[in-house]
Design a protein around this ligand. Structure first.
Ligand code: DMJ
Length: 837
């Protein structure tokens, strides 16, 4: 409870002022809010009603104040003797005052209220220091003592004792005293009859006095409490309003920012399209239209000419061969013979996710809603990896912990980060991309670990991932990391033939092959899948060593005698002899063939040797291994010695796209056959999917009288989120624009969502033929690197990573095509070879 000091006049004045300020502030805030949301009618009404409530409270307070004034005024009209004053000073003063008031005659009401009450006290007896002998007053010290007591009790604030003569004169004439305050003008006190009292003048604060009245004190307390309640209510309402307002404002800001970012994405898209070398060759009219749109969107006044100038300042004068693209990849899209030493970063996200229409040519082939679904899947995979396995290699979604049994073991190599980062970039998931980039910068190193790494897997996922990121961004971090990783792999190449071993210890450099591989052989699909990365690494670092290493492999293979024109899967790196004569376009062989075609594409179609080797190999495969089932399904068998095994690995499903790409990029007598086989294989892989209740394909499927495109053995029935079938859908879509490839892809997306999605990421399935298949609890890094990337691209338009500018490594990391892509970022001059070898 408040002591009486709380109710002293100055305290109350201060409180009043503070409350007034608070009220003014609240009213001000409310008004400001009202203005801010003047268009939000409901809210305005609420603010208005709050304001009305505040006014009501204020009026009540004013009424109470008027009552107090009246009560005070009544008190003032009564002359109080010393003893009366003593009553007033007593603890029971309200009662006494009431009694006094009742006993005293009522005087006329003053017209104006003084701010200080003036009480004249009769001074009886002689007075020390008083010159007027007529005064029979209390000795002054006594009077002062009494007055002091009043002050101490808190009843008066100050006492003034005018000179006796003056007092007397005042008393006998007008009997009025005056007092002034800083806030009001001097006012005359009403006439006072004090009979035999010689006055001393005691002034005290009126409000203090009011407090001493029996009726006003409780009223004031009640009023005060009411006022506080009203204030609290007003403050509460105002706060709620403010919260509502800030929410609304935030919402508005978000809407605005979304709209800005949508616009921004459109601008990025337009910038990308506009700055694209292809478009720089458009007709002036087309270009101007595009440029006008861009300027209208961005508010920038960059003319096409300026863009041309900016671009040409980036171009060097190096002439390279015109890409020999077939009619399937439109010749009109072929860039001019230009390349760049330096290029800006590729626009982040490439194109917007929104259903905009930034450019008719760029967006008319985008399936926005389906593509947005793939982005959500990527977010789900990434966020859960981040939550439960950040920095580790892969995620176990069911266990919600890292997958330490992955091919990279339990070392903190962040395989999912490195493998998935370019997909984030392509999808425009900027925040997630930056998290990954930051991790790579701070954490990724092979320096202080003693891991036995697969040369092939490390190359395609880590080196490949870093190289793509370097091409996209020009960020030297990625070039350094790519070189760092490749250097760790180089000891594996120390073999008599130059054919690398499969495994290398990152600390000791000791390399070896798998114990299970035929006769200590290296694996064709592994040592044959280094070319793209190592060749590109040499070009961006200026160090020829990496290219030399893979060129050596190429020469060994080229010169080897090939049984029936085919490449066996095993080759001994010491003897240079083939191991078992097993051939496959699936496991152990697959990406070697892929890299023959792609090395040629990557070189700007100048590496003729690679294309020739590709054609020879693929024609042999068509002849010796590709077959058609009784029901017309085209498939690629494995060949073991002279025996065909009518089985196709899921891994071999990439070859549908590969055959088609071979057809699309060179017109020859084989083109139609390539395309036919490519489409046929892709169709068969689709069949393997739709013949499973889960609509997802098995690891391997067979062709026999009993079944076609179905797994027959239990160990072949799993699906581990593999991408190869979607890769072929994507390539075939790009080359044919046949809607069925998108439809097939979308069916698979729904199957992935239904069977593979878990609350904490995506898992593979143990048996695709079961209605309710068990999940394998592994989210493979290639699910982010490849599966989701190919699906995203399937629903994008052709300007996102166009196939005449980018070539995908076997882990779906796009690498720029030399001479056709401004992001190739070739090093300006060759540097001396590294000592690492
Ligand atoms: C990926 O790591 C690569 O595509 C590789 O070439 C083979 N298989 C896996 C995905 O299935």
């Amino acid at each position: 409870m408040c002591s009486r000091k709380c109710f002293r006049m100055p305290t109350l004045i201060i409180c009043g002022v503070v409350l007034t300020i608070v009220l003014v502030c609240i009213t001000g805030i409310t008004l400001t809010n009202s203005i801010n949301i003047s268009n939000i009618v409901k809210l305005r009404e609420k603010v208005a009603s709050d304001s009305a409530a505040a006014n009501g409270g204020h009026q009540a307070a004013q009424t109470r104040a008027a009552l107090v004034e009246q009560q005070y005024s009544t008190l003032q009209t009564h002359h109080l003797s010393k003893s009366d004053l003593n009553y007033i000073s007593a603890a029971t003063h309200p009662k006494n005052l009431q009694r006094l008031l009742a006993a005293q005659p009522t005087a006329p009401q003053p017209t104006q209220q003084p701010n200080k009450i003036v009480i004249e006290i009769g001074l009886r007896g002689s007075s020390v220091g008083h010159t007027d002998d007529n005064l029979n007053v209390m000795p002054l010290p006594h009077m002062l003592q009494a007055a002091q007591a009043l002050i101490e009790e808190g009843n008066v604030d100050s006492i003034s004792l005018p000179a006796a003569a003056a007092l007397k004169a005042t008393t006998t004439t007008t009997r009025a005293t005056t007092t002034t305050t800083t806030t009001t003008t001097t006012t005359a006190a009403p006439p006072i009859s004090i009979a035999d009292h010689n006055p001393a003048v005691i002034e005290f604060d009126r409000r203090e006095h009011v407090k001493q009245t029996s009726k006003t004190t409780p009223l004031l307390l009640i009023g005060g409490i009411g006022f506080v309640i009203v204030l609290v209510a007003i403050t509460g309402v105002t706060l709620i309003n403010n919260i509502n307002l800030s929410n609304i404002i935030r919402l508005n800001e978000k809407v605005a920012s979304d709209s800005v970012s949508a616009n921004d994405n459109q601008i990025k898209e337009l910038n990308y399209v506009n700055n694209h070398p292809k478009n720089l060759q458009q007709s002036p009219q087309q270009s101007q239209q595009l440029n006008d749109t861009l300027n209208a969107e961005s508010g920038e006044a960059r003319s096409l000419e300026q863009i041309r100038q900016e671009m040409s300042s980036l171009h060097s004068d190096v002439n390279v061969a015109e890409p020999k693209l077939s009619a399937v990849i439109s010749q009109s899209h072929a860039p001019k013979a230009q390349t760049l030493d330096e290029a800006p970063a590729l626009p982040f996200g490439f194109v917007s996710h929104t259903n905009g229409s930034a450019s008719a040519s760029a967006s008319n082939l985008i399936d926005y809603s389906k593509r947005a679904q793939i982005v959500k899947m990527m977010e789900h995979a990434w966020h859960n990896y981040k939550l439960y396995a950040w920095g580790k290699n892969e995620l176990r979604p069911l266990s919600q912990r890292p997958h330490s049994g992955s091919i990279f073991g339990s070392y903190d190599l962040g395989a999912t980060i490195v493998d998935g980062l370019d997909t984030l970039y392509i999808m425009g998931l900027e925040k997630e991309y930056k998290e990954g980039r930051d991790w790579i910068e701070r954490k990724f190193s092979l320096d202080n670990i003693s891991a036995e790494l697969s040369v092939f897997e490390t190359n395609i996922r880590f080196v490949g991932g870093m190289l793509t990121l370097y091409a996209f961004t020009g960020d030297p971090l990625y070039k350094e990391k790519a070189q760092h990783i490749a250097d760790k792999l180089l000891p594996a190449f120390q073999t008599p033939t130059g054919i690398p071993y499969a495994l290398v210890n990152t600390k000791t450099g000791v390399a070896k092959n798998y114990g299970w591989a035929s006769g200590g052989s290296s694996i064709l699909s592994e040592f044959g899948t280094l070319h793209l990365e190592f060749a590109y690494l040499s070009d961006i670092t200026g160090n020829p060593l990496y290219r030399e290493r893979v060129q050596t492999i190429r020469q060994v293979l080229k010169e080897m005698e090939k049984p029936k024109g085919l490449y066996p899967n095993f080759l001994n790196p010491k003897t240079g002899k083939w191991g078992q004569l097993h051939m496959s376009l699936g496991a152990l062989g697959d990406s070697y063939y892929e890299y023959l075609l792609k090395a040629w594409l990557q070189s700007g179609q100048t590496d003729e040797e690679a294309r020739e080797m590709y054609d020879e190999a693929m024609l042999a495969i068509i002849d010796k291994m590709v077959r058609t089932s009784p029901n017309g399904l085209t498939y690629v068998s494995d060949l073991k010695f002279d025996r065909l095994e009518h089985k196709m690995d899921h891994l071999a499903c990439f070859s549908g796209g590969l055959f088609a790409l071979g057809a699309a990029t060179r017109q020859s007598e084989h083109t139609d056959k390539y395309m036919e086989v490519g489409k046929g294989i892709t169709n068969t892989c689709h069949e393997s999917y739709i013949r499973a209740p889960t609509q997802l394909g098995p690891e391997a499927f067979r062709f026999s009288d009993a079944a076609e495109a179905r797994a027959l053995r239990s160990q072949e029935k799993y699906y581990i989120l593999r991408p190869e079938t979607f890769e072929s859908y994507f390539v075939l879509w790009r080359l044919t624009h046949d809607q069925k490839y998108r439809d097939w892809g979308w069916d698979a997306v729904q199957a992935l969502e239904k069977y593979c999605r878990t609350p904490h990421g995506y898992c593979g399935l143990r048996n695709v033929y079961q209605q309710d298949p068990q999940k394998d609890d592994v989210q493979q890094s290639f699910f982010l690197a490849e599966t989701l990337k190919y699906l995203y691209l399937l629903f994008s338009d052709d300007s996102v990573l166009p196939l005449d500018e980018w070539v995908f490594n076997t882990e779906a990391h796009p690498l720029p095509i030399k001479g056709a892509n401004i992001y190739y970022r070739q090093a300006p001059a060759a540097q001396p070879a590294s000592n690492v070898s």
